[in-house]
Design a protein around this ligand. Structure first.
Ligand code: AMP
Length: 280
């Protein structure tokens, strides 16, 4: 069954009213489309525990700090709807820019602290865009549960904080990162990699896994960074936005893995920005 594609807020609201009235558990899976198995794992998680599932597809201009990045972001709505067919979701919510940000739109949701580092520092304004759109998606869908990937671990933390701070009655659920067989974290941006760049892209995860083993053995980031950066450079990565060890709770910068921690990286390969993070 192809799920109904809903493009108007009023139609979405109409659809949801009887679900809420019947006390059904509504789940939402926010995405920017170009769906892959990582997104679909969130849909499966939602289907497992919700009566109704809404998948949202919206390439949110407010979270892009680079106009070329926004223009080049893959858009594959027809294929996305086909991929969702077997999950029998209840609606695909595909608002356009005017539905989301009508003339005169003037509100920004901004989460402080957690957003100062990592992608927040590398992409100014990014998390304001994320927090703003996700708070709107939560209110539009009136979902009881929302499903986010650990692939974007900082985003998961930011969205969890935002929902708690704004008293939005929703359970934010984190789901594990789905990877290609060679370890590359699945991402819509992988579609933008040339064949050659795709061969070297898994080196990011390889380097991180190698660092994680050493960190678990007591090594310090200072000891590990030179070799890690060299390996990335040799594989063709042209810039590293960050490669940092941070606490899993609160994202405080660490030199050694002496508390539950994660290793975070963002790096550029042939003009494509890849991110990854792993538990240490
Ligand atoms: P995006 O379309 O990239 O904004 O991602 C939409 C949701 O899918 C976010 O919650 C992401 O964290 C999640 N996601 C993206 N890639 C993966 C992956 N490889 N594994 C699990 N979740 C993912």
């Amino acid at each position: 069954m192809i799920a109904p594609i809903v493009r108007e807020k009023a139609a979405l609201r109409e659809m949801i009213i009887p679900w809420k009235r019947a006390g059904e558990v509504v789940g939402v899976v926010p995405t920017m489309g170009a769906l892959h198995d990582g997104h679909l794992s969130l849909v499966a998680a939602a289907k497992a525990v919700c009566d109704r599932v809404i998948v949202t597809i919206f390439v949110n201009p407010k979270q892009f700090n680079n106009p070329d990045d926004l223009a080049n972001y893959p858009r594959t709505e027809t294929a996305d709807a086909q991929k969702l067919e077997r999950f029998e979701v209840d609606a695909i919510w595909v608002p356009d820019g005017d539905q989301m940000y009508p003339e005169g739109f003037a509100t920004t949701v901004s989460v402080s602290g957690l957003t100062d580092c990592l992608c927040g520092a590398a992409r100014p304004g990014h998390f304001d865009g994320v927090a703003t759109v996700v708070s709107k998606l939560f209110l539009q869908t009136q979902a009881d549960k929302a499903f986010f990937g650990e692939k974007d671990f900082q985003q998961l933390q930011v969205v969890t904080r935002m929902a708690a701070d704004l008293d939005i009655p929703i359970d934010v659920i984190g789901c594990p990162t789905i990877r290609e067989e060679d370890g590359l974290a699945m991402s819509s941006r992988n579609l933008l990699l040339s064949d050659r760049a795709r061969v070297y892209a898994p080196v990011l995860n390889e380097v991180m896994e190698r660092m994680a083993v050493a960190l678990r053995g007591g090594a310090s980031m200072k000891d590990l960074m030179p070799d890690a950066l060299k390996r990335l450079e040799t594989a063709g990565f042209t810039g590293v936005d960050y490669l940092e060890l941070r606490s899993a709770d609160g994202l405080g910068l660490l030199e050694r893995a002496d508390v539950p921690s994660r290793l975070f990286a963002a790096a550029w390969l042939a003009g494509v920005r890849l991110i990854d993070n792993i538990a240490v």
